[in-house]
Write a protein that binds this ligand. Structure first.
Ligand SMILES: [Fe+2]
Ligand SMILES: [Fe+2]
Length: 189
């Protein structure tokens, strides 16, 4: 079983900057969980732990992904840090006793996917919109998150996809699935 004390110990092994980000994500994730009805302690843990593998070298992420049976295709090989740090962290933490619901939120926090739970959406949104995020659009997402989880996540997913397209990079399908699913639910396919 992993609790807040162990999460704090793991943060001590990360850079100050990353640990501070994780603490801000945890605070926002707790706030969102209270607002939209997810498990508050799971939200805190998910926020603290979501980037524990974010500073691993690409080769270590690829090796760990293979070891855990996480699918690795050309896209993951090309963008291992962006696409694998969440799934690898989830697998490593699940092996160390983290519960499945929190681990899945961590696995999906960067790209997203279909059928996300409230906890998973809270973490996705907290990572996208924590107060240290200053890119254009983060404020819009923060505002939407005051009233509608799905509206805020849909906008964050749209911006993430737009940014990937703008850079001309390959697109992870989970992000497209999340975007389409929420737009369908919001009546704007
Ligand atoms: Fe991350
Ligand atoms: Fe993060």
């Amino acid at each position: 079983m992993i609790g807040v004390a162990e999460a704090e110990a793991r943060l001590a092994g990360m850079s100050e900057k990353r640990a501070a980000h994780a603490r801000r994500v945890a605070a926002v994730c707790v706030e969102l969980a209270k607002r939209f009805g997810a498990d508050v302690e799971a939200a805190r843990l998910a926020g603290l732990l979501h980037d524990v593998c974010r500073e691993w070298p690409p080769e270590a992420l690829l090796a760990a992904a293979v070891r855990h049976g996480i699918p690795v295709g050309p896209l993951e090989c090309a963008q291992p840090v962006a696409l694998l740090h969440g799934p690898v962290a989830a697998a490593e933490l699940a092996a160390a006793g983290l519960d499945d619901a929190t681990a899945r939120a961590i696995a999906l926090h960067t790209v997203g996917g279909a059928g996300m739970t409230t906890l998973e959406k809270c973490l996705y949104l907290a990572d996208f919109s924590e107060p240290g995020r200053e890119f254009p659009g983060a404020a819009t997402v923060r505002l939407l998150a005051q009233t509608s989880l799905d509206d805020a996540v849909a906008e964050a997913a749209r911006m993430s996809l737009a940014s990937v397209l703008h850079k001309g990079r390959g697109i992870a399908l989970g992000g497209v699935e999340l975007y389409n699913e929420l737009n369908d639910r919001l009546g704007r396919l």
